[in-house]
Design a protein around this ligand. Structure first.
Ligand code: RIB
Ligand code: CA
Length: 330
């Protein structure tokens, strides 16, 4: 039976590939997509989710917009966005006025935005689906925390939460904090403490899945409009990761979540107590992962550790092949 999934995301280049993977693989039943501010404003991340579905021919998956910012306004105001990595649109690289994502031809997708907000779509989907649903957040956790606060009895309709965020090592936005968690530490604290099984794929794991020139070449060889768009996305993503972080190849963080659902053997997991730092002057937003059990706290999450990167990229390339309509070469 395919795993029923809701993606909660902030597309964002890596979120975009997670949408493709979830839509393409028969082991996953993509029920809905909700969006949140993060890599870009929520208006832009919502448009980008629609554009990605437009480009990949993904239809019938409702897309609803969620939180425009964290549960609690940042101390000095303002909004964390990752424009330096994902660009002004949040999905820079391709032309969205032409090609498979163009929709009506002006960059406006034919794929609609659901009239409900993310909280309502999440609630409706959880109530109406005949079995508990897996939530896959890959952006700031504001929507998920809001759902848990507003509808605490719906936790029995949530199978598990498989998230990209945090790190068992260091951060990427401060030395201690990873972007998704730092955008809304209070929301992350609620999620890690909610009692629903949580699986966390942090930077210590996601930095192992790099979009190398070999991966780009495999996608290019597919020769479809969708594969060309994916190459444009990864080429842009590689340029900004090189410029900002000095990485020779960019890590495609978010699809490690759905890849794990498809093939749990791809990433080793350890159970550990995970806490979110809320008050540290230099460490706010850090995920403190007790890998050695020194706190005596009971484990509250599974934490991704070692990754089969080759197996991961096989799934990504196959998803782009299937959705783009490329032949299945032996
Ligand atoms: O720190 C990486 C995470 O932040 C990824 O999910 C990326 O898309 C951004 O949301
Ligand atoms: Ca993301």
């Amino acid at each position: 039976m395919p795993v029923p999934v809701i993606l909660d995301c902030d597309p964002g280049h890596d979120d975009a590939f997670n949408i493709l993977l979830a839509a393409a693989h028969p082991s996953v039943d993509l029920l809905a997509i909700t969006t949140v501010a993060g890599n870009q404003s929520v208006d832009k991340t919502t448009l980008n989710a629609r554009r990605m579905c437009e480009a990949a021919g993904i239809r019938g998956v409702p897309i609803a917009a969620g939180a425009a910012g964290p549960l609690h306004a940042r101390p000095h105001g303002g909004q964390l966005i990752a424009e330096k990595i994902h660009g002004g649109s949040g999905l820079d690289g391709p032309s969205w006025e032409s090609g498979p994502g163009a929709g009506f031809g002006d960059g406006e997708p034919t794929v609609p935005q659901d009239p409900r907000d993310a909280l309502t779509l999440l609630r409706d989907t959880l109530i109406r689906h005949p079995a508990p649903v897996t939530l896959v957040p890959t952006g700031p956790l504001t929507n998920i925390a809001t759902l848990l606060l507003a509808h605490p009895r719906l936790t029995d309709r949530i199978e598990r939460i498989v998230l990209m965020g945090g790190s068992a090592e260091r951060g990427n936005t401060t030395p201690a904090a990873e972007f998704n968690i730092l955008c809304d530490p209070e929301a992350a604290d609620i999620v890690f403490g909610c009692g629903v099984p949580v699986t966390m794929f942090g930077l210590n794991a996601t930095h192992q899945v790099r979009a190398t020139p070999e991966v780009i070449a495999r996608l290019t060889a597919l020769g479809t409009p969708l594969s060309r768009l994916c190459v444009e996305l990864l080429t842009y993503f590689a340029s900004t990761y090189r410029e900002v972080y000095g990485f020779d190849t960019p890590p495609l963080h978010d699809p490690l979540t759905v890849a794990h659902l498809i093939d749990p053997s791809l990433v080793s997991l350890v159970r550990a107590a995970v806490r979110v730092e809320l008050t540290g002057t230099w460490t706010r937003g850090a995920t403190v992962v007790d890998l050695d059990g020194v706190t005596g706290l009971p484990p509250n999450a599974e934490v991704g550790m070692d990754v089969d990167a080759a197996g991961f990229w096989d799934l990504i390339v196959e998803a782009v092949r299937v959705l783009g309509g490329a032949p299945n070469t032996p």
